[in-house]
Design a protein around this ligand. Structure first.
Ligand code: URP
Ligand code: ZN
Ligand code: ZN
Length: 875
């Protein structure tokens, strides 16, 4: 006998059959009888404030002789006091400790109410919670149930509230009354749900009584919409389960619900990704005893197939549930009618004549008897004749294609990159790459292109997708908001060869880190066309903030925390905060980043300049001398040394600050430095540009004397600086930079650099003969991937890595200009520079985003990437 036990995100039960939260789990009496009959688990009827209910409540859909093909109900959640339910839950758990008892919960959409309900219910030994975001009637009119489940933001927020206090796994039950259930499933995942269950009932009205004209069921002659369930909804539920199962953004276990009546239904749901199945209508129809048939049927099925555990079924059909575009257009079946069993009822003939393709011929012989024969040449294999035939096996569908070829609307199954030189941070080799399912599946000297799409990499380098570890998209700053959001910024990044960014989620003083992250998820989700991860900035050193750091690392996949030593009164924090952040981060696997400039002194120098009428952009640089960057860098390094913390210094602009990093490293400290394209090719004279164009170069730290550029490039070469970030932070000259027309300190700080970062490093680093190709890859991709917990999924080309790949033509040139760039901003600080080397193709998880000049990606295809905890890598 196979092992039927399952584990749904930590909730264990001896078999996968759970009773859904519904009338059969209304009381301890029922649940105990169900467990005695053999049910593996029960989701207790939804607990909440006791409510008033109505009679009557249910209506059945009969079809011909089949009774209760579907069922509609207008009953609400439990109408019994919470104490009674909790006492009975405790009794059931004591009597049946091996069974799963999950408490379904619903309360008003307030954090305190959810905390109170969760605290009350976990005073008894429940194995998990199921959040009822699905009930479509009665409770939704009160702002609960599906009113929450239809709004991804509320789903995410409420799940997060529950996760703040829940000590057992949390399942979110989804409503099918939405256009695309994946959005709410993803929101649940973002909120920290351990699993989702689906589906709840579907909005419905069962019918109208033709004599009374009353809706059915009626309450004193009136009705409202109810929730539909039962065998009739099975196909809808199975599809939604499959959609969630194949969506990488959901990525958490599923518990399937919806019309499951037989062991066969249960197997189908498990093959489509359900770890457990929940049953209600079949029990309301036939009683708890059906579990015996469910268990026997499942056991026999597993034994017959030689499967040792039910877990071997879970998700096995998911890879076969694909987009229409991925179906094999070369596959062909036709119908064959067996004359020996045909009863000449003509149903197939009529269906094909009237509703399909007129390819069944009715041949009448001399004796007047008719025979039905398929016109095989014209039969399209639609199945309709077989579906209407009343004789089992009389019509069979026969495969007639040779099975030798497969082509789809998407034209190819895999992709072969042919003829290029593959360059990673460590190796160069002439090799082809085979990509399948978004991953690198093979690297070999010569890979045959048969049947696959090919991308020509002759004469090109094949780099791992380049990673920008420093971007600011859709960020409020300097009294305005950056010109690029995640849609425009990531598309421009892709055109430049960048396939992953790490953006800064801005924490606000007094608020939680979780809220900051949530806001940034909402900005990126559905908009980013390349993958993204997040750093968190830290705005205050309150104990609550520091205590949240481990959660951010362990649960939210953020491995780096940035503190600002400048931007006084806005982002700057004091040394005490920096030190506390460093200690907490170091302890739990976080990397602290610093913006190193002495903000207190800058406050003085700026005030003095303005008092003396020095208002033009050039005074931005004059008031932030290199010494103040170097001092802050050294101070941060010393603080990290005492805190025993690794440190990453962002946007190093000057030789003096870079020297401070080199000194720290000579002392053996895990200090890493980043510089940016603007500091390699722009300098302090750019502030003198006429017509307020100097404002476009206002960034912090500011541009320096030209001689610093070679020093920084040399430090990149010698591994004294380790990563190359854009610090993209774009503002239009018109309307944004202009805020500081009469006062340089009001010019929003930052420049648009996301699109040209890679070209600048290649041209001024590799083409100039300073950097080797491997160093270029390390700085622009591999090192950021290692530092920010994305390696080896990103940052290299290896079998099993994401197929984020840039096919780079080293000879193609372009001249950078705001007239042709793709960033949503009216200026480009590299305007007029001609650079050699540009992407020929850019792929993100196997999908082409850029082909030549054209952006062919999809907005919103980018996925959030959780960063693994940081460990001090040797770079
Ligand atoms: O001027 C800059 N660098 N703006 C972006 C914010 C920061 O300091 O990184
Ligand atoms: Zn900064
Ligand atoms: Zn920045």
């Amino acid at each position: 006998m196979a092992d039927l036990s399952v584990d749904v995100a930590g909730i264990r039960s001896p078999n996968p059959f759970w009773l859904a939260s519904a009338p059969p789990t209304n009381s301890g009496y029922q649940v105990k009888r169900a467990f005695a009959a053999g049910w593996g688990g029960a989701v207790w009827k939804t607990l909440g404030e006791p409510i008033v209910n109505v009679t009557s409540r249910f209506a059945g859909l009969n079809y011909g002789p089949a009774r209760m093909l579907g069922m509609n109900n207008i009953e609400l959640i439990t109408d019994r006091p919470l104490e009674d339910n909790l006492r009975e839950i405790a009794e059931c758990k004591a009597a049946y400790p091996d069974r799963a008892i999950v408490a379904s919960l619903m309360t008003e959409c307030r954090r305190e109410s959810w905390h109170a309900l969760v605290d009350a219910v976990q005073s008894v030994a429940v194995d998990g919670f199921e959040l009822n975001f699905g009930c479509p009637h009665g409770m939704s009119e009160r702002g609960m149930g599906s009113a929450v489940g239809q709004d991804p933001e509320l789903v995410e927020a409420t799940t997060r509230w529950v996760k703040e206090v829940a000590r057992v796994p949390v399942i979110v039950k989804l409503t099918p009354n939405v256009t695309d259930i994946r959005y709410t499933a993803r929101a649940a995942q973002r909120g920290g749900a351990d699993a989702v269950s689906l589906i709840n009932t579907i909005n419905s009205l069962m019918g109208i009584d033709l004599d009374t004209w009353f809706p059915i069921p009626h309450v004193d002659g009136k009705s409202s919409h109810g929730g539909f369930c039962g065998p009739a909804v099975k196909s809808i539920a199975l599809n939604m389960v499959g959609e969630c199962a194949r969506d990488p953004r959901v990525g958490i276990p599923l518990s399937g619900i919806g019309g499951i009546s037989t062991w066969r239904d249960a197997v189908e749901f498990m093959l489509m990704g359900s770890s457990s199945v929940q049953v209600c209508t079949a029990v309301m129809h036939h009683g708890f005893r059906i579990v015996t048939d469910l268990i026997d049927g499942l056991n026999t099925y597993l034994d017959d197939r030689g499967l040792a555990s039910v877990r071997e079924l879970i998700g096995k059909s998911v890879p076969r549930f694909v987009d229409w575009n991925d179906l094999n257009l070369d596959y062909k079946v036709i119908a064959r009618i067996d004359p020996a069993t045909c009863i000449s009822c003509n149903r197939c003939y009529i269906a094909c004549e009237d509703a399909a393709h007129q390819c069944i011929d009715r041949l009448v012989d001399a004796s007047g008897s008719a025979q039905l024969v398929v016109d095989e040449e014209h039969c399209v294999g639609c199945n309709l004749c077989k579906m209407v035939c009343p004789v089992e096996e009389c019509i069979t569908m026969v495969r007639v294609d040779a099975g030798a070829s497969a082509h789809t609307e998407r034209t190819a199954i895999g992709t072969v990159i042919k003829g290029g030189t593959v360059v990673t941070a460590t190796d160069n080799a002439r090799a082809d790459i085979f990509i399948e399912d978004g991953l690198v599946a093979g690297i070999a000297r010569d890979i045959k292109a048969d049947g696959h799409a090919t991308l020509d990499a002759q004469g090109a380098y094949v780099f791992p997708g380049l990673i920008d570890p420093h971007t600011h998209l859709d960020m409020p700053f300097g009294g305005t908001v950056t010109a690029d959001d995640f849609a425009s910024g990531t598309a421009a990044a892709a055109l430049g060869g960048t396939t992953t960014i790490v953006d800064f989620a801005l924490h606000q003083k007094g608020d939680s880190l979780a809220n900051a992250l949530k806001r940034w998820h909402a900005k990126a989700d559905g908009k980013a066309s390349i993958d993204y991860a997040f750093h968190l900035t830290i705005a205050d050193g309150r104990p609550e903030t520091i205590e949240e750091i481990p959660q951010m690392i362990e649960r939210e996949g953020v491995n780096s925390f940035k503190v600002f030593m400048a931007y006084k009164h806005v982002l700057q924090v004091d040394d005490e905060t920096i030190f506390k952040v460093m200690r907490a981060a170091a302890r739990f696997g976080g990397l602290v980043q610093v913006h190193a400039e002495n903000g207190d002194v800058i406050e003085v120098t700026v005030a003095e300049a303005l008092a003396n009428g020095r208002t033009e952009p050039k005074y931005h640089a004059a008031t932030r001398p290199v010494e103040l960057e170097s001092e802050a860098t050294s101070r941060a390094i010393r603080l990290a040394e005492v805190a025993r913390a690794p440190l990453y210094v962002v946007h190093v602009s000057s030789a003096m600050a870079a020297d401070a990093i080199s000194d720290g490293r000579k002392r053996g400290l895990p200090i890493y430095g980043e510089t940016c394209p603007q500091y390699l090719v722009c300098d302090e004279t750019d502030y003198e540009r006429p017509d307020f164009a100097g404002a476009n170069y206002v960034m912090s730290p500011p541009l320096r004397a030209k001689w610093n550029q070679n020093v920084l490039l040399g430090k990149l070469k010698n591994s004294e600086l380790h990563a190359f970030g854009s610090d993209h932070c774009s503002f239009n000259n018109c309307g944004q930079k202009e805020l500081g027309r009469n006062d340089f300190s009001k010019i929003p700080n930052g420049a648009p650099t996301i699109e040209d970062r890679v070209s600048i490093l290649f041209h001024y680093g590799v083409n100039a003969g300073v950097l080797g190709l491997n160093q270029f890859v390390a700085l622009a991709s591999t090192n950021p991937a290692k530092l920010f917990g994305l390696f080896p999924r990103k940052g290299t080309i290896a079998v099993g890595s994401d197929a984020d790949i840039v096919i780079w033509d080293p000879l193609a040139s372009r001249t950078i200009s705001s007239a042709t760039h793709h960033m949503n901003v009216d200026n480009n600080i590299f305007e007029g520079m001609t650079v050699r080397g540009r992407p020929r193709y850019v792929l993100s998880r196997g999908r082409t985003l850029v082909a030549g000049d054209a952006y062919v990606g999809e907005t919103g295809r980018g996925l959030h990437q959780k960063s693994a905890p940081f460990y001090p890598v040797a770079l």
